[in-house]
Design a protein around this ligand. Structure first.
Ligand SMILES: [Zn+2]
Length: 580
């Protein structure tokens, strides 16, 4: 590792954490801190906190925390060096010479991307060979033009155990490289042998927004299983973040994206002129994919299959997108089970009409309930009314007016009753949601518990240890005084001792001990833990007297070393310990 301290200091000064995070999260300033809705987990009340003083952030909801580099790493899904490079680019800072820092991971990533690109070329070329004719015929039978095939870089993996492997070994890739990229697998009988991962499948390269081939999806051409085989997670690809065709869709010039279920739907839509279509990879939409998509469009049109499974998936996707800033609509597909079929059967105009008539979230939810019941019968009418009120209890005042009127007319019931019942339920929802969020935050308290298994056993000492770390990080001038009374050896819990030692060793050498400088010594979780510890200093007066209190508690507990179970002690109660 080891980028120089000077470089990191310059980066820290130029890439201010508050303004950097502001371009991703809507932050509100409150005194010395800023708060916003966490981009890493869904929440309605802001527990994501940015501390300009310490140039750190911490989310009390999910425990994600660190410095500006950690933030970029997590939000852009980059490794450490790439996150540094990303920030340096952004603020116009020249990266140091490659040989001056350990670049192994980055080199490995680049090599893997190269391998993927070569493999994509190989699969594409196969379409024009006798072995690949069957793949080419498949695409053409599905109505794809040569242009489309080229545009998506589609290809074919021959029915062979070593076609790709031999080709890639010939190009100088090692067996390890092919296995790590998930292009090949190791034989169980003889691990020295490798064989092609994708065989007898049409191939869809997954390309990220920067144009890198990061993975592949391979589809069988008949009914054999598994229908799809996708690259598993590698250094350059995380399945939960993968989106097919986002590289093309982001250039569509449109402010919305059509989210489909499968590759073929996306390709058919692009070919018909809907170049803003994308698909998730694998079956169920993840919150990471939703976050990613909502960064590229303010409206998402969900276009899942018309069958029950597809509609269930659409309802699920709706609830996931609720936690993002994107507006959501659901396409009501008719005339075919998926966009591919609809365009084939009825043409582009039909698809356009479906997109224009897309149902918003409320309409979709009401329609789903409506389809469940026979509203011609009294019983069905009553059940639908109950379900509809439940839906309306989650909407705003204007929508409530509109839909309550519609339902009242349709069912010949009083609109006022629907409105007041929906409002009553809304109140109830609110208090349950608040309770739930509160318990979730309580549960998360503890990244510190997770990383420091001795913490609950020596709770009183551990809290004082953490406070002392926070104090010395925020006020390095206290170190001389602390050194006279206590050393790292006096720390009782191992994890805190290690952090305290890292921080104070650096300070004694006259170096900065901010999080950005501790990367070499800490894991990602540990970085979050230190960010959590740093938040403590914002609840304190930051006086040397507080350091002395902590030291006395630590030394006192060290002599006692009794187990103190602090499961039920709040931070406020703990502060009172000092006054005992
Ligand atoms: Zn969070």
């Amino acid at each position: 590792m080891a980028l120089s301290d000077d470089f990191l200091m310059e980066l820290r000064n130029r890439a201010d954490i508050e303004s950097t995070i502001s371009s991703y999260v809507n932050l509100k300033r409150a005194g010395r801190i800023s708060k916003g809705l966490c981009p890493f987990h869904g929440e309605k009340t802001a527990s994501f906190t940015v501390y300009p003083d310490t140039q750190s952030y911490y989310c009390f909801g999910c425990g994600n925390g660190g410095d500006v580099i950690t933030f970029i790493k997590n939000i852009e899904n980059l490794d450490y060096i790439d996150a540094v490079r990303f920030l340096a680019d952004r603020v116009g800072l020249q990266m140091p010479d490659e040989n001056s820092y350990d670049n192994t991971m980055n080199k490995r990533r680049l090599r893997m991307l190269e391998a993927n690109r070569d493999a994509a070329r190989f699969f594409f070329k196969c379409l024009t060979t006798p072995d690949g004719a069957v793949g080419y015929t498949y695409f053409r039978n599905r109505g794809l033009t040569d242009d489309t095939i080229k545009r998506f870089g589609l290809g074919f993996a021959p029915d062979s155990f070593n076609a790709l492997t031999n080709y890639m070994l010939g190009k100088g890739y090692t067996k390890d490289e092919l296995v790590y990229a998930n292009l090949a697998r190791r034989s169980q009988k003889n691990p020295n042998n490798i064989y092609d991962n994708f065989r007898n499948r049409v191939m869809f390269p997954i390309i990220d927004v920067k144009g890198n081939v990061i993975a592949f999806g391979g589809r069988v051409m008949d009914d054999s299983k598994p229908k799809y085989l996708n690259t598993s997670d590698t250094l350059v690809y995380k399945k939960s973040m993968g989106v097919f065709a986002l590289n093309l869709a982001k250039k569509s010039g449109k402010d919305n994206l059509i989210l489909c279920e499968g590759y073929m739907d996306v390709i058919a839509l692009h070919q018909a002129g809907f170049t803003n279509a994308v698909a998730g990879l694998g079956t169920a939409l993840t919150s990471e994919q939703a976050q990613l998509l909502s960064r590229y469009a303010s409206e998402i049109l969900i276009s899942y299959d018309a069958d029950e499974a597809g509609q269930k998936a659409a309802a699920r996707a709706l609830s996931i997108f609720k936690k993002t800033s994107a507006k959501i609509k659901v396409l009501h597909l008719s005339g075919g089970k998926d966009p591919d079929e609809i365009i084939k059967n009825y043409g582009v105009e039909k698809m356009k009409a479906i997109i224009t008539g897309a149902a918003n979230e409320v309409e979709f939810a009401l329609l789903r309930e409506h389809n469940k019941y026979d509203v011609a019968s009294d019983d069905g009418k009553r059940q639908y009314l109950q379900a509809a009120i439940k839906v309306l209890s989650t909407v705003g005042a204007i929508e409530l007016e509109i839909y309550a009127s519609r339902i009242a007319d349709e069912l010949s019931v009083s609109k006022d009753v629907i409105v007041s019942e929906a409002k009553r339920q809304a109140k109830r929802n609110q208090s349950t949601a608040q309770k739930r969020e509160f318990t979730e935050i309580q549960k998360k308290d503890d990244i510190l518990d997770k990383l420091n298994p001795q913490r609950r056993m020596f709770y009183r000492a551990a809290k004082a240890e953490e406070m002392l770390i926070a104090l010395v990080m925020a006020n390095p001038e206290f170190l001389t005084g602390i050194d006279e009374k206590l050393s790292a050896d006096d720390y009782i819990t191992d994890f805190n001792r290690r952090i305290f030692k890292s921080v104070t060793d650096r300070l004694r050498e006259g170096k900065s001990a901010e999080i950005s400088f501790l990367y070499g010594e800490l894991t990602e979780d540990e970085i979050s833990a230190v960010a959590k510890i740093q938040t403590i200093s914002h609840t304190l007066k930051n006086t040397y007297a507080e350091c002395e209190d902590c030291i006395n508690v630590i030394l006192g507990e060290k002599n006692k070393k009794v187990i103190h179970n602090g499961d039920d002690i709040s931070d406020e109660d703990f502060l009172k310990f000092f006054k005992e």
